[in-house]
Design a protein around this ligand. Structure first.
Ligand code: ZN
Length: 337
């Protein structure tokens, strides 16, 4: 009798833990996609666009297995046993076309902006479930920028890592801690083997040298001390690790904590026009021409998030620009040092 009760309780527990996944944007491409032969990586992306347009595009083109929106809703796009076209030109450990051996999760948001705790919790649950399903250790959970690579072009004479910064925040240790991931890739296997060169030194520092621009947000969130690296608020949110128990008291009592940015605080809106750029103190550094490349104008900061390109009334941050899309006539805007 007691055993039966325990079994029933266990069933309820697992049903409650099961993840809710919406089929509202399930891709019409599913039937035409090959069943994937192996699953060796989980690749995290950032949509760099709002939810609605992202979901529609991902579904129409079958470009991810799942998409997690800001409110923590998880959408199934391509069935998880089929191939989704999410990684593009990619390589990991000498194997090209990462789509053939990975699961792709798009997260609505931006590669250099903190996400809400509900969204992080949803990503964490989904990733954990998939890791268990495919027996993948934490270092097999990577971001798109870990695996994307660029073909030789006018900026890089060799094949290079750093084609994009998609999903970059998921390589940062504070974010990984919030996601419950303890390991991350220690080196770039393809750079180490000289198959690729480093094409984006800033990204390389994030991926492999511990540069973490999210530490304040995920460490703090109003309550948990920075040193806690996000585990405390997340534990509370997920109801594990002792309920309302707070982190150990800091050594210095009675000192009012400095105000800390809440994760929900809206990120500053990017500039939308030349007038807007000027109002924010950006100056025109040059115009791209045949002789004057973006690198000549902006140097290593050509693809920095605070370098902007304008053309035909569009404003594009350096971090979102694809080297092959830089064209003659583009104006380059930067803040004077
Ligand atoms: Zn991506």
């Amino acid at each position: 009798m007691r055993l039966a009760i325990l079994v029933v309780a266990a069933l309820f527990a697992s049903a409650a833990d099961a993840i809710d996944i919406s089929n509202r944007y399930r891709s019409p491409r599913n039937p035409e996609r090959t069943v994937r032969k192996s699953t060796e990586l989980i690749v995290l992306h950032t949509t760099e666009a709002p939810a609605r347009s992202s979901l529609t595009k991902l579904s129409d083109r079958g470009e991810a297995h799942f998409c997690v929106t800001e409110d923590g809703t998880i959408y199934r796009i391509v069935d998880r046993d089929r191939e989704a076209f999410h990684a593009g030109r990619s390589m990991w450990n000498g194997k090209e076309d990462v789509d053939k051996f990975s699961i792709g999760i798009e997260c609505v948001g931006y590669h250099d902006k903190a996400m809400s705790i509900v969204q992080i919790a949803a990503i964490r649950n989904l990733v954990k479930e998939l890791q268990a399903m495919y027996k993948l250790t934490d270092d097999k959970v990577v971001c798109h920028s870990h695996v994307a690579y660029g073909a030789p072009n006018k900026w890089h004479r060799k094949k290079h890592r750093g084609r994009k910064r998609c999903g970059m925040l998921f390589a940062m240790s504070s974010v990984r801690t919030a996601l419950g991931l303890r390991l991350r890739p220690a080196v770039d296997p393809d750079v180490k083997a000289k198959r690729l060169v480093v094409g984006d030194p800033y990204l390389n520092r994030v991926l492999y040298s511990g540069l973490d621009t999210m530490a304040r947000q995920y460490g703090a969130n109003g309550t948990a001390p920075a040193a806690d690296k996000g585990s405390s608020w997340l534990s509370r949110l997920l109801g594990v690790g002792g309920g309302t128990k707070t982190a150990p008291a800091p050594a210095k009592p009675a000192k009012a904590p400095a105000p800390k940015p809440a994760i929900r605080s809206a990120p500053a809106k990017p500039p939308t026009s030349i007038a807007d750029l000027k109002a924010r103190g950006y100056v025109l550094k040059g115009v791209v021409s045949k002789e004057t490349t973006a690198i000549k104008i902006a140097g290593a900061k050509w693809n920095a998030p605070d370098t902007y390109y304008t053309i035909r009334n569009k404003v594009i941050p350096g971090s979102a620009i694809d080297a092959s899309r830089i064209e003659k006539g583009m104006s380059v805007w930067m803040k004077p040092k």
